[in-house]
Design a protein around this ligand. Structure first.
Ligand SMILES: Nc1ncnc2c1ncn2[C@@H]1O[C@H](COP(=O)(O)OP(=O)(O)O)[C@@H](O)[C@H]1O
Ligand SMILES: [Mg+2]
Length: 267
């Protein structure tokens, strides 16, 4: 029989970061895109990564989702080293991401696009459901219900039966987000989610992302300083591939190195 004391003794890595990059260096030929960069995404927080153009933000994002293998440094999830992470393994680690290019399928409906994001929970998977393998119909129905719920939570349930190409860009962005959320990730990676959005749309997106922290942590790579300042719990600032500052929005906002890096930048 186990007591509370026993349980707390074996509780694995409680409070360990959802994602930890340690001393990560990435070189492209002679160019050092990331140099000895470290950051920790703490559970149920939004961690922002900002920096001027060319600072290494996208490279860092690509390391976090396994697109780029670092030349040096390690990646840990809840204290456990991930080794050579591949993009298709993300879901298995409870990680979801959205991409700058959205990556939606134009020939299937919004709902079907979102269902394809849910395969972490599906045993037979989307393909199995489509082929109506025995036992998969129940699963397919459950998947569709979850996909509808994800669309509904982002206020776009009414476009479920439409095709992505017919939708305005900000709505397509929400579809892409719904597809990431339907897998019920513990860590969501967002690369420049505010690009191409109006000020109002950006504000709405900010509220949505901030509202996710009751369920997951978010790594937000974003150029828009005001959005990052508003919704992030912690911010890491990159410049020329190096971490030049880290802290709360207030700490980062007043950091002389950050102000210098952004001097002359449109933010
Ligand atoms: N695949 C690549 N090959 C060569 N250089 C690259 C590649 N990706 C990025 N870089 C370079 O690495 C640096 C960091 O780029 P990036 O991570 O895209 O910065 P950011 O997203 O902050 O604008 C830049 O100098 C960029 O030109
Ligand atoms: Mg970039």
């Amino acid at each position: 029989m186990s007591t509370d004391l026993d349980r707390s003794a074996v509780r694995p890595e409680q409070g360990a970061p959802d994602l930890e990059l340690s001393h990560v260096t990435v070189r492209f030929g002679g160019l050092v895109a990331l140099s000895d960069a470290s950051l920790s995404v703490r559970p149920r927080t939004v961690h922002g990564v900002i920096g001027p153009n060319g600072a290494g933000k996208t490279t860092l994002f690509n390391v976090a989702c396994g697109f780029v293998v670092p030349d040096e440094g390690t990646l840990r999830r809840r204290g456990e080293e991930l080794g050579r992470l591949r993009p298709h393994q993300l879901a298995g680690h409870g990680i979801a991401r959205t991409l700058q290019g959205l990556g939606l399928f134009d020939r299937v409906t919004v709902l079907e696009n979102v269902v394809t994001g849910a395969d972490r929970h599906a045993r037979t998977g989307f393909l199995g459901a489509m082929l109506a393998l025995p036992g998969s119909w129940r699963e397919e129905r459950a998947l569709r219900e979850r996909a509808m719920a994800a669309l509904d939570s982002l206020g776009i349930a009414h476009v479920a039966g439409l095709y992505p190409a017919s939708l305005p860009y900000p709505v397509r962005k929400r579809v892409a987000l719904a597809r990431a959320l339907v897998a019920e990730p513990e860590l969501l990676l967002l690369d420049e989610p505010a690009s191409g959005l109006s000020a109002d749309e950006m504000e709405e997106l900010g509220d949505l992302v901030a509202g996710l922290t009751d369920r997951m942590s978010v790594l937000l790579v974003e150029h828009h300083m005001d959005l990052v300042m508003r919704i992030c719990d912690e911010i890491t600032v990159l410049d020329f591939g190096r971490v030049i500052a880290h802290g709360s929005p207030d700490e980062v906002r007043h950091d002389p190195a950050v102000l210098a890096a952004y001097l002359g930048e449109e933010v």
